[in-house]
Design a protein. Structure first.
Ligand code: SF4
Length: 65
């Protein structure tokens, strides 16, 4: 199952990912991304991948396992 990872040091809190897929991404009180899930189903993958691509800081990656 594809694995979602976040580079917390790179995240700038733009929240593009949260807006695109709020069931998968959230922001903590410091404005850093929180992954609500890391194993991404085939059904969710296109949306989660699109959200990752929308990150201006390139902080989100999806590894195919
Ligand atoms: S879009 Fe990128 S920089 Fe913005 S909150 Fe999400 S991971 Fe962080």
């Amino acid at each position: 199952m594809p694995l979602l990872k976040a580079d917390l040091a790179a995240c700038q809190g733009y929240a593009n990912c949260v807006i695109a897929a709020p069931d998968t991404y959230d922001l903590d009180d410091d404005g850093v991304v929180v992954l609500l899930k890391t194993e991404i189903t085939d059904e969710d993958l296109p949306r989660v991948r699109e959200a990752a691509r929308s990150c201006p800081a390139s902080a989100l990656t999806i590894e195919d396992t």
